[in-house]
Design a protein around this ligand. Structure first.
Ligand code: GDP
Length: 466
């Protein structure tokens, strides 16, 4: 980290402003070589004060490349905690590249992907969970995802993990004292304080794991699968939910053969909606493949919208063939316009409500008309209620990602073994190993004990300039 790195920090393409960023010991000096307060030079020789905005020109061999704003930020009060310079120019691919090339010729090196954030981490300005939150903020595809990433970026997860780790370090130090001074410090006859500490950390691990399992879909997208017999109106509902004509709607059964998937957001929560092939008995090979794929999507869904239409009956066997019973499900009775008028009165001569097997009694139901846009908002409300429940969205919650969850799960199993060891009077050395392993695993979440491989995996997923 003794060198100075530079990169274009804004996306390529034309725009109002583009930013080039440098970080490292020579950042200010390199920028000053090319900066002048006037169009005709000479280069600025005064003292560039920290956290001030300088208006001027970026010159290459005396020739103006662009009119710019230059912002020096001396470390440690900067993004990387090193000396940082940001140059705001007009955003065009050529102008930004030319400025970058000048900085590289002046002594900077092109930054690797994520290297600015990696430096912020290595200089201990942020921990690994905050670095990951930066990537999550950049990649957020919904307001909910952004909220959780922003909470994590403030260090909410870091603080909790550090507390848990410190609690275990206390327990470990007790154990280590009795290893080092077995005669002076007899083994605790009553290990209740240590087991209580371990229990409390285990509870918090379990709670985080549960939060990941229950709520990570808020970040990644809730999977909704629309399924049912052919022609019940699955594609029409998909289009209603997305407010566009994505799925082909026809009066011919079996139009949707391959599952059609689309992303959308509802109340700021990301959803991935899949319109699946109508499930029915068929000899058509293409349809059979489509139906198998539909079943895969149904198995993987967080919520299944099971569609039926008036004037039909469904046997228990047919129902079981379509959806596994353990799925979270909502029965959507479509084409309600055929049975009821807009006042909710039964239409004379219209088909009756569909007959469903008894096992559907406990499943929530809703009546809609996808064609006439009736009941769509209540359907959306019901979907939200079934998926989100009363989960708080106040922005204070943190949701561990898969990497955190994996480390927590492993830490939990070492803690279980440590607790058993304490209760059954196993040697201190074995206890110490279990405790150390769990402490290291918690440390890998915040980065205190993360290996180079973990760091590479995290930062290589960043874009250059971040
Ligand atoms: P899918 O095969 O389940 O995807 O069904 P489609 O969405 O392709 O619809 C099949 C037929 O039902 C089309 O002719 C639609 O216009 C019609 N349809 C869909 N929804 C409704 C509805 O709410 N009321 C009525 N009357 N017809 C509908």
């Amino acid at each position: 980290m003794n060198d100075t790195i530079a990169a274009i920090a804004t996306p390529f393409g034309s725009g109002g402003i583009g930013v080039i960023r440098m970080s490292g010991p020579d950042a200010v000096a390199i920028a000053a070589q090319f900066f002048s307060r006037t169009r005709t030079g000479p280069p600025f020789t005064g003292n560039l004060k920290t956290h001030q905005v300088y208006h001027g020109y970026f010159l290459d061999s005396g020739e103006v490349i662009d009119e710019v704003l230059l912002i020096p930020m001396r470390g440690p009060k900067s993004y990387t905690a090193e000396d940082v310079v940001e140059i705001q120019a007009h955003s065009g691919t050529v102008v930004l590249k030319q400025i970058l090339e000048c900085l590289l010729s002046g002594g900077a090196r092109l930054a690797d992907p994520g290297e600015f954030t990696r430096r912020a981490f290595l200089n201990q300005r942020i921990d690994l969970t905050q670095a990951e939150a930066v990537a999550d903020i950049i990649n957020a595809r919904s307001t909910a995802a952004l909220k959780f990433a922003a909470a994590q970026n403030t260090g909410a997860l870091k603080h909790q993990i550090q507390e848990m780790r410190n609690q275990l370090i206390q327990v470990l130090s007790q154990v280590e004292v009795s290893i080092d001074f077995p005669d002076d410090v007899p083994r605790e006859n009553d290990p209740s304080q240590s087991t209580a500490d371990i229990d409390s950390v285990m509870d918090r691990c379990r709670e985080f794991i549960r939060q990941h399992e229950e709520a990570c879909f808020l970040k990644e997208g809730i999977c909704l699968a629309i399924c049912g017999k052919p022609n019940v109106g699955k594609s029409s509902l998909m289009n209603r939910l997305l407010s566009k004509e994505k799925s082909i709607v026809t009066a011919l059964p079996g139009t949707t053969r391959d599952p059609i998937q689309e992303a959308m957001t509802m109340n700021g929560i990301p959803f991935v909606v899949t319109d699946t092939a109508g499930i029915h008995d068929t000899d058509d090979l293409v349809e059979i493949i489509g139906i198998e794929r539909a079943k895969d999507h149904i198995r993987g869904a967080d919520l299944v919208l099971f569609m039926v239409e008036p004037g039909t009956a469904l046997s228990e066997m047919e129902f079981k063939k379509m959806v596994p019973l353990d799925k979270r499900m909502l029965v959507v009775v479509n084409k309600i316009d055929l049975t009821r008028d807009t006042n909710g009165q039964a239409k004379p001569g219209g088909p009756g409500l569909p007959e469903l097997p008894e096992i559907c009694d406990q499943i929530p139901k809703i009546h809609i008309s996808a064609l006439h846009n009736q009941g769509i908002q209540p359907l959306k409300d019901k979907i939200m209620q079934l998926c989100i429940g009363d989960l708080t969205m106040d922005g204070s919650a943190v949701i561990p990602n898969l990497r955190h969850k994996t480390a927590l799960t492993k830490a939990l199993s070492f803690l279980e073994s440590a607790k058993q060891g304490l209760l059954t009077g196993q040697p201190e050395e074995t206890l110490a190993i279990d405790l150390k392993n769990s402490i290291d695993l918690l440390g890998s979440i915040t980065g205190e004990t993360a290996s180079i491989d973990i760091l590479d995996t995290i930062f290589n997923n960043f874009c250059i300039g971040k």
